[in-house]
Design a protein around this ligand. Structure first.
Ligand code: DC
Length: 225
């Protein structure tokens, strides 16, 4: 079967990675979480107290960052390594979530991440999720989804996920963080979050995970015809 590039963009916490992982598994494709790359860069900046308003510091720091994805047999998913260290779980922390959108507005950071993402898509057969994948990273992708869901539903989903790891987190904190990221991600100058003109909208406010996967698979099938 012909290998394609499938892109999934959309708002924070609307289930992009869940769908992307399932779709990749069903199709035998590689899943790439582009957000994890921005999060890993943010973690590096936080750890090394990089002043993100200082271009020189940012550029020098990027030269010291290497990122790759490795499949973890235990969790059965691909996880991100930052300079060889598995940071898949650390990057989900609220401390990183609070800074990542600002880091992702920086031109040099975006160029650095986009170049690596495009390289990962060279062989096709990938599902990549993020904010600018269908618009900037792979504007010629064979199939593009744009995901959305009601903010209240998104907050609830993300809160449940974060509460399991940290019972001290409040629903207000999660809501504020989602709203702030949505605002910064869709209003930044470079590659803001936008629906690509040829993207298919998937609103999963009232869909189960099974229903959304079915919708996506039917769409993929149509592509093959
Ligand atoms: O998908 P996520 O929530 O893990 O992404 C974290 C942040 O990274 C998000 O708030 C914006 C940024 N991001 C981006 O600017 N472009 C992408 N392709 C993916 C993520």
């Amino acid at each position: 079967m012909k290998k394609n590039i499938i892109t999934i963009d959309g708002w924070s916490s609307c289930g992009k990675s869940t769908l992307a992982k399932q779709l990749a598994k069903e199709l035998g494709y590689v899943y790439i979480d582009s957000g994890a790359m921005y999060r890993a860069i943010t973690l590096y900046f936080l750890r090394n107290a990089v002043d993100i308003t200082d271009k020189k510091q940012v550029i020098e720091s990027l030269e010291n960052i290497s990122m790759e994805f490795a499949f973890n047999e235990k969790s059965q998913q691909s996880e991100i390594l930052l300079n060889g260290e598995n940071v898949e779980y650390l990057i989900r922390d609220l401390i990183v979530a609070e800074k990542v959108s600002d880091v992702a507005t920086i031109k040099e950071v975006r160029e650095f991440a986009v170049a690596q993402q495009q390289k990962m898509g060279k062989k096709k057969g990938i599902v990549m999720d993020g904010r600018d994948i269908g618009t900037t990273v792979f504007p010629k992708a064979e199939l593009k989804f744009f995901m959305t869901a009601d903010i209240a539903v998104r907050v609830e989903r993300r809160f449940k996920e974060m509460y399991e790891k940290n019972p001290n987190v409040s629903i207000e904190e999660v809501k504020n963080n989602l709203e702030m990221r949505d605002y910064i991600d869709s209003n930044r100058e470079i590659s803001p979050l936008r629906k690509a003109a040829d993207a298919i909208v998937l609103d999963n406010t009232n869909l189960s995970m099974e229903q959304q996967l079915k919708f996506a698979l039917v769409t993929v099938e149509k592509l093959g015809k």
